[in-house]
Unconditional design. Structure first.
Length: 139
């Protein structure tokens, strides 16, 4: 894992959260994107570190369930990896439980895979790398 790629924050109301983070960080969100497969809409900020706000688009989505259980706040920390397949294999061999068998399309042109928090001290960890298909379609 090379660096922190972003920090994901679960929010109930994306419009309100964007306004708070715009005031806090002194910069506007640079992108909103829906990830329909995850029932989530995201909003990204760059302020030294990339911040991803996540709001559920359904009452039973993973973010809605997270907020119901733990409240709004930090949802995950994402790390950039060059080769997500090799990193997934390395983590499996080290005894970590991955939440996906294969990387899936995430927001902001990334392929992602999550590591179960039971093996990481309660922190949901996301592996992410640039999605070659996203790069080709968005030169």
């Amino acid at each position: 894992m090379q660096r922190i790629e972003h920090i994901g924050i679960a929010v109930k109301n994306l419009d309100q959260a964007e306004a708070i983070y715009e005031a806090l960080l002194g910069t506007a969100s640079y992108k909103r994107e829906e990830v329909a497969s995850e029932n989530v809409i995201t909003s990204f900020f760059k302020a030294g570190q990339k911040i991803e706000l996540l709001a559920s688009t359904t009452e039973d989505g993973v973010i809605a369930k997270f907020i119901e259980k733990k409240g709004e706040g930090i949802h995950h920390i994402a790390f950039h990896v060059d080769d997500i397949y090799a990193e997934m294999q390395r983590l499996r061999e080290a005894g970590f439980t991955l939440l996906q068998d294969h990387p899936k399309k995430g927001a902001d042109g990334k392929l992602v895979c999550f590591v179960h928090p039971k093996g990481t001290g309660g922190v949901l960890v996301e592996l992410c790398t640039d999605d070659p298909e996203a790069i080709i379609s968005n030169p």
